[in-house]
Write a protein that binds this ligand. Structure first.
Ligand SMILES: *Cc1c(COP(=O)(O)O)cnc(C)c1O
Length: 945
């Protein structure tokens, strides 16, 4: 069999870290002749498919960029004053260049290893601080996927808070329409009754009501007096959820002051481009009493072993990995990078400038309102930035505005909304007035909103919002922060199940092209043709890679893809009259999002056992099916399994479930082991979500963004999430924006377009080769827990570190010691507690794989010394890891090993650029006991002094 080689300029040569001689020598180590020989051995014959993927021939980096530029050029960039949750904003260039376009930030992973994540954790902590301050709540999380899904999470939190004893929630019809729609999606499966009401008139009844949801200011730009509503709700035992706007809150009374219990919204207009709808960081803030039931990630302050303050993720026991179907939500990936951008925008401007920006926007809006009234157009009483015109010829106004390069929001035949933002000038208001028929050429500026709406408290008094207002200081702050972290720009991050592969510069480049970044999600169809085409092409490419018939790009994380897929299954069964099918079979090894998503779809989770080889136990599966065959809705399996193995019997599993009338959901997070070698849509799957932020090169962003497309076979296609551009799809709306995180889709488009069918297949083969090579190199010291055919693993392997515990060395010790060697630890304790799961990906070089193996050998030697009794475990290199510079350099260092052994353990590595962890090992328990999730304001600080 021949070697797969590519012409010089083929991108596969850049993306794949192994050269041909590396590949050959690694194959030699394993005893295989060729990549095909290895693949044919490891992939079960029942699913192997080596037909070339139906993709266009690969383009070089330059050619692909040129082709995408032509698509981008078909988008028309107008000034969008459409509002409805998405606003024009200026991304400070210092943030664009040093964060959004900087791999030190965008290639980082979710901060599960806090010692190497202090930079991003610090900013997320300030995100929580900013949200807490502006909303007037006690505690905020570190972002959610978008405003609409945050509303959905708030709905279920309120429902749970009253222990599900009440079933009705009032929802203002003046909420953003997409929020109403996602709320309906979330409420329906759970049997929650949503009752629309208008907050200007009293609610008809509060019977059985657990919550009330209002938008402040509302979608038309109006604020009604909400304090009374909050009081009435509380008197009736209901909670108040307020959707709000951070810029408005720099000016208006905080929701906390009005009486809200939960506040949600979007931080997009703090410097994050529109991007056709995303990614943007949703926010979620609550009163103290709900902190333990809050969804998503929460950053808390704790201390390290030296007693210094340190950040880490708090209250993780709320999350899906531990609570599974009882988790507070299925959120895993959120929007860390975008939350970071929004926070830094606030740091760069500080509260004074934010407030004056808000004042100027408000004055412009009030001026527009007054002028409209002056020549007879009826408007709302604006309170912040949005003027709604009533009784007008809406279509005429909107099309006249488009001719002037401005998009307005047509709400109905006779209603138009205009949302002003920080990019608007007086000249824009003059243009608007001219479009409306006035001949005014200059303006008398109106004043800001009346005092009764305005907040009088101070906020964001913390240092961080006052120190970095010059570009030099901001630039250096960003550098200091990113230097604290390990991202892919420093070292391999071999996180099993997460596929931390190259996020190439060519793939990232289009994200900040204005033709992609400055498009409003509700811009008219004829202005977004470039996006439409790019998206349609990407859907087709992903179908070609997976064997599915249709693909929706709407879900903005894997967890949301799971939810969309399960809702499609549910709708399919209902359409067939099979309402009773509500059991979702899930193997015990499944990722925590699986049972959590099933619960959100109101399916009953039935756990299927795994056998001692880690495979789905076919006998137990059949028993679970036979117990209730008519009730089986679906099975959710991951393939290759979360154990990193190609299970031989996967087709039998699929057949058994199909036989019973159930659908097969294949979690596609591990698709990096399948692209070009087997197709889930062909070997038994009815539906899968993919993780574009794993297999298809979207960077992890330190915990998001992500995209979790859901692919289906044709019978489920009508039940995909609805989208105005594709009317055949009638499923429930999953995200606020029609294409979720649209502006990062060019990354995956570029990847597939540049790799082509042969490149993708080779990438998969190299991912499998590297994993098996590492397993081979490590297994003498660390047993490989699960293998498949010929003792091979798929694209990742679990090494068993539990035996070391007998001599006092924990998996934590190993993970932290790897930091001294300059590495991020592999996935810890998933799916098997006490073990490490290693996934090298195809992008790493042989040299980097070997460096990691040397580190693991070094750690094994350190363990052996402990085991042999040569050194006590306490005060060993392992238990003291990671070693900070302060610790190692202290004059009276009292450890039974050398300074060099502490911080320079691998003599073959170049430590002239050593990574120094900024903190020692962090105490999680202390942090959860003494929960601090935002920094105190000056006044609180003074009070405590
Ligand atoms: C990553 C992952 C998910 C969840 O994806 P998110 O984008 O983080 O929501 C689901 N299943 C498996 C097996 C995964 O590895």
């Amino acid at each position: 069999m021949s070697k797969v080689t590519f012409p010089q300029d083929h991108f596969a040569n850049r993306h794949i870290g192994l050269n041909d001689s590396d590949i050959q020598s690694m194959l030699d180590v394993l005893g295989y002749e060729s990549l095909d020989h290895l693949t044919d051995t490891v992939i079960p014959a029942s699913i192997a498919d080596d037909a070339a993927l139906n993709l266009k021939p690969a383009l070089s980096e330059e050619q692909a960029l040129a082709e995408l530029k032509q698509l981008a050029a078909q988008n028309k960039v107008l000034k969008s004053l459409i509002g409805q949750g998405y606003y024009g904003t200026h991304t400070p260039k210092v943030i664009q260049r040093n964060v959004l376009e900087n791999p030190a930030w965008y290639t980082a992973y979710t901060p599960y290893q806090p010692e190497i994540s202090q930079g991003r954790l610090e900013v997320l902590f300030y995100f929580q601080t900013m949200v807490t301050e502006l909303t007037g709540m006690d505690i905020a999380n570190a972002s959610l996927l978008d405003e609409s899904t945050a509303a959905g999470e708030a709905l279920t939190l309120a429902h749970r808070a009253l222990r599900g004893k009440r079933n009705r929630c009032l929802v203002s019809k003046n909420c953003h329409p997409q929020t109403l729609e996602v709320l309906r999606t979330r409420a329906t499966p759970l049997g929650i009754e949503l009752v629309e009401f208008d907050e200007t008139s009293p609610a008809e009844s509060w019977d059985d009501t657990f919550g009330v949801i209002v938008q402040y200011p509302d979608t038309y730009g109006t604020v009604t007096e909400l304090t009374d509503l909050c009081n009435t709700a509380h008197e009736n035992g209901a909670l108040v959820i307020m959707a709000s706007d951070l810029l408005a809150l720099t000016l208006l009374k905080s929701p906390g002051e009005l009486g809200a219990d939960i506040v949600i919204g979007n931080s997009q207009r703090f410097g994050v481009p529109l991007g056709f709808g995303g990614p943007h960081a949703g926010f979620f803030a609550v009163r103290d009493q709900f902190k333990r039931s809050m969804p998503g990630r929460l950053v808390g302050q704790s201390i390290d072993v030296h007693g210094n303050p340190a950040y880490r993720l708090a209250l993780q026991t709320r999350e899906q990995h531990i609570r599974r179907e009882k988790a507070t939500s299925n959120i895993c990936t959120a929007q860390a990078l975008l939350a970071i951008m929004a926070t830094l925008y606030a740091c760069y401007h500080g509260p004074t400038r934010l407030r004056s920006t808000a004042q100027r926007v408000n004055q412009l809006a009030n001026t527009l309102r007054d002028e409209c009234k002056a020549f007879g157009i009826q408007t709302n009483e604006v309170v912040f930035d949005t003027v709604t015109l009533y009784d007008v010829k809406a279509a005429d106004i909107v099309s006249a505005a488009v001719k002037q390069g401005i998009n307005l929001n047509q709400r109905s035949d006779n209603t138009v909304s205009i949302s002003l933002d920080e990019t608007c000038e007086e000249a824009d208001v003059v243009s608007l007035l001219n479009i409306l028929g006035s001949s005014k050429q200059s303006l008398d500026m109106a004043s800001t909103a009346e005092d009764r709406w305005l907040r009088s408290d101070t906020y964001m008094t913390q240092d961080v919002f006052h120190k970095y207002h010059s570009e030099t200081e901001m630039m250096r702050y960003l550098r200091r922060l990113s230097d604290k972290d390990i991202a892919l720009d420093r070292a391999m991050i071999a996180l099993g199940s997460c596929t931390m592969k190259l996020n190439a510069a060519s793939e990232m480049t289009p994200v900040t092209w204005p033709e992609f970044s400055n498009i409003h999600p509700f811009a008219p169809h004829d202005q977004t043709l470039g996006y439409q085409k790019m998206i349609a092409q990407l859907e087709e490419m992903l179908c070609a890679c997976t064997g599915y018939d249709a693909m929706s790009l709407q879900p903005n994380a894997g967890s949301q893809g799971e939810y969309a897929g399960l809702l499609a299954i549910k709708a399919f069964h209902e359409a067939n009259g099979d309402q009773q099918r509500n059991i979702c079979l899930i193997p015990s090894s499944a990722h925590g999002t699986n049972p959590a998503s099933a619960q959100m779809a109101n399916m009953q989770v039935v756990v299927v056992k795994c056998d001692e080889r880690g495979n789905v136990d076919l006998i137990d599966l059949q028993a679970k099916i036979d117990a209730n065959p008519a009730q089986i809705a679906a099975i959710m399996i991951t393939y290759p399994s979360t154990h990193g193995v190609f299970e031989e019997d996967v087709t039998k599993v699929c057949e058994a479930v199909h036989q019973a009338g159930g659908q097969v959901y294949i979690d596609g997070a591990n698709l990096n082991a399948l692209v070009g070698v087997a197709q889930p849509g062909k070997f038994g799957g009815d539906v899968s979500h993919l993780n574009l932020h794993k297999t298809f090169c979207i960077p992890h962003g330190g915990g998001g963004p992500g995209v979790g497309p859901v692919g289906v076979r044709s019978h489920l296609a009508p039940f995909l999430p609805k989208d105005e551009h594709n009317t055949e799809r009638t499923g429930a709306l999953i995200s606020g924006a029609p294409f979720g995180s649209a502006s990062i889709l060019p990354i995956s488009w570029m990847y597939i377009r540049m790799m082509g069918a042969r490149g993708l297949r080779k990438a998969t083969q190299c991912a499998i080769l590297s994993a098996n090579y590492m397993a081979h190199e490590l297994k003498a010291n660390y047993p490989i827990l699960f293998t498949g055919n010929a003792e091979l693993v798929a694209h990742e392997c679990i090494i068993d570190t539990r035996p070391m515990k007998d001599h006092g060395v924990s998996v934590d010790d190993i993970a932290k010691r790897l930091i001294d060697y300059g590495f991020h630890a592999p996935t810890m304790s998933f799916p098997v507690p006490g073990t490490l799961m290693i996934e090298p990906t195809e992008s790493e070089s042989r040299a980097e794989l070997d460096r990691f193996c040397r580190a693991m050998q070094g750690i094994f030697n350190e363990y052996t010394a402990v085991k042999n009794g040569d050194v006590p475990i306490d005060n060993s290199v392992l238990s003291n890891a990671p070693h900070t510079m302060d610790f190692v350099l202290q004059d009276n260092l009292d450890v039974p090993y050398s300074r060099l052994a502490a911080c320079h353990p691998d003599p073959e590595s170049d430590y002239s650029v050593k990574y120094w962890p900024p903190v020692g090992r962090i105490d999680n328990v202390y942090g959860d006991k003494n929960l601090i999730c935002s920094c105190p304001s000056m006044s609180e600080y003074e009070a405590s002094e």
